[in-house]
Design a binder for this molecule. Structure first.
Ligand code: 3HC
Length: 284
């Protein structure tokens, strides 16, 4: 099955990275957001990063134009009907997803697969909203999505084997390595990684070490490419909190209770790199 025109719904951090990864792999991308200015901002940001990489000789000259030329930003929902495959990365709230999936059902051809990049909601519950539940699946990318090689492929209870096979092949075709994971809170990576980030926030809260020293410890002592608190700022403190809350709620295990600094930062609106401040400060 030829999947050439891919619609990405949501131009936040993950939507931007996924659109970049797809366009870099030669796919035509329709990037939709209800706020079209987010799409424009995403394309500009990709162009800027790729222009820098061109200057440094990391990618061939012309890459920025070629990649961004394959991304069509839009605020028009009906454009989704033109796509061969949908990747949904809208805000992690079930009510918002319900609205989006109901509207997608009304305009998509019946054979179109919809993959959700959710990291914290039940894919089975999302699939149940739709009239195409056998064609709904989780496709979990990692931040920064244009760099990280893994895609977790998570079938819902209703997903057909044909859909799983197509999504595994598609993941490979865009240069990613897929692993198929049964649905469970946090899947594999977040189930292991988020408790580490949460524990770092507990250590900070207990005053055992400074944020800088916690990150240095894990980089130099455990070989992490970035410290857990910087990583939390990269993925978004709000996202990290949402994943911890899901792990806690779904398992009932107190080991997953979110650390106080995660809640406090979110309440203050300090969500990490995307807002210029989280555990650390960043030049926006
Ligand atoms: N935001 C976006 N992209 C970034 C970035 C950032 N803060 N930092 C680096 N990148 C991207 C850029 O494209 C950069 O290229 P450029 O510098 O030419 O623009 C490219 O990564 C490579 O960056 P570097 O040359 O600086 O390479 P590094 O060796 O420093 O690696 C890294 C950067 C790949 C981000 C590395 O630090 C890393 O692997 N960190 C861990 C990331 C990780 O664990 N991600 C998973 C998070 S969990 C998740 O996403 C799931 C979700 O559901 C919560």
């Amino acid at each position: 099955m030829e999947l050439n025109k891919i619609a990405v719904l949501g131009a936040g951090t993950m939507g931007q990275g996924i659109a970049w990864a797809l366009a870099a792999a030669g796919k035509e991308v329709i990037l939709f957001d209800i706020y079209p200015e987010y799409c424009e901002r995403a394309v500009k940001s990709i162009a800027k990063s790729l222009a820098k990489q061109e200057e440094k000789g990391k990618v061939p000259a012309g890459t920025a134009d070629a990649v961004t030329g394959r991304i069509q930003p839009t605020g028009e929902f009906e454009k989704m009907a033109e796509a061969d495959f949908i990747i949904e990365c809208v805000f992690e709230k079930m009510e918002i997803k319900k609205d989006v999936y109901t509207r997608l059902d009304a305009i998509l051809k019946p054979d179109i697969i919809v993959a959700t990049n959710t990291s914290s909601l039940s894919i089975t519950e999302i699939a149940a909203i739709t009239k195409r539940s056998d064609k709904v699946i989780g496709m979990h990318f990692f931040n920064p999505a244009q760099v990280m090689k893994l895609v977790e492929v998570i079938p819902a209870a209703q997903t057909s084997q044909e859909t799983i096979d197509i999504v595994v092949e598609f993941s490979k075709a865009i240069g990613k390595t897929p692993v198929v994971v049964k649905e469970g809170p946090g899947f594999v990576v977040n189930r292991i990684l988020l408790p580490g980030m949460n524990e770092a926030a507990f250590i900070l809260n207990e005053g055992l070490a400074s944020a800088e020293d916690i990150d240095t410890a894990m980089k130099l002592g455990a070989g992490w490419p970035m410290g857990p608190l910087t990583l939390c700022d990269l993925v978004g403190v709000d996202i990290a909190l949402a994943v911890c809350e899901t792990l806690f709620r779904e398992t009932g295990d107190p080991k997953y209770r979110p650390a106080p600094p995660l809640k406090q930062l979110v309440r203050a609106g300090w969500l990490g790199m995307k807002t210029g401040k989280g555990f650390f400060e960043y030049n926006k």
